[in-house]
Write a protein that binds this ligand. Structure first.
Ligand code: AMP
Length: 115
């Protein structure tokens, strides 16, 4: 068994964090190092999936719940528009191998190279 992830430890109350929203199967926290005016993490409660590719293969319904919850918190915490980022693999910047979606929102159009 590997060590519990930081997100499992937050869910279990072992590391302090405000859970800003949750459903039966997922929860949302603020990223501790925000990269946008609104930066939330939407996280399945299960630690069974390391990344979004595993999640899509193993439980596509849960992936759909993650996307739905991302939309709900983006509407609650910003104007409803958001970027959804799943870093997948260490070379892509993934540091926590308990799948999670970054919801980036709030004034993102300035300086973007994609817009
Ligand atoms: P990733 O690099 O895609 O695996 O994302 C992991 C994210 O978790 C990073 O953006 C971190 O800032 C964030 N993070 C790590 N520890 C905590 C924590 N205790 N509370 C909130 N966010 C955290």
């Amino acid at each position: 068994m590997s060590e519990p992830s930081v997100f499992t430890r937050i869910l279990n109350g072992e590391i302090p964090a405000e859970i800003v929203a949750q459903t039966d199967r997922a929860f949302v926290i603020r990223d501790i190092a925000p990269q946008a005016p609104v930066h939330l993490l939407v996280i399945p409660k299960t630690a069974d999936y390391r990344d979004v590719v595993e999640l899509a293969a193993g439980d596509p319904g849960l992936l759909a719940e993650i996307v739905e919850l991302a939309g709900a918190v983006a509407a609650e915490h910003a104007d409803g528009d958001f970027r959804l980022v799943f870093n997948t693999g260490a070379d892509a910047g993934q540091t926590v191998f308990h799948v999670h979606a970054h919801v980036l929102a709030g004034g993102l159009t300035e300086g973007t190279t994609h817009g």
